[in-house]
Design a protein around this ligand. Structure first.
Ligand code: FAD
Length: 53
């Protein structure tokens, strides 16, 4: 889910920078173990999210 800048003002238990295989695995494992709040920050472009170059 893409969120606005206001979301960055809320507290998080885990912040993962980068949504590559390493970041997503870490975030998924942590989310499975806890009911805490996790934020993933990705610098990639919107076009990459749609599978376009
Ligand atoms: C051409 C190519 C082909 C490959 N083919 C295979 C294959 O067939 N099989 C295989 O097992 N592996 C393959 N690999 C290797 C695989 O892509 C990497 O091992 C894997 O992607 C590494 O994962 P990572 O999460 O460590 O890093 P990455 O996948 O690089 O993810 C890092 C993420 O962090 C983001 N990011 C970086 N800096 C910031 C920042 N400052 N703020 C926010 N976000 C940021 C990036 O946009 C990226 O999404 C290939 C690699 C390449 C280059």
């Amino acid at each position: 889910m893409e969120v606005g800048i206001d979301s960055l003002r809320q507290p998080y238990d885990l912040i993962v920078i980068g949504s590559g295989p390493a970041g997503l695995t870490l975030a998924h494992r942590y989310d499975d173990l806890t009911t805490s709040r996790t934020l993933i920050i990705e610098s990639g472009s919107r076009s990459n999210m749609n599978g376009k170059a």
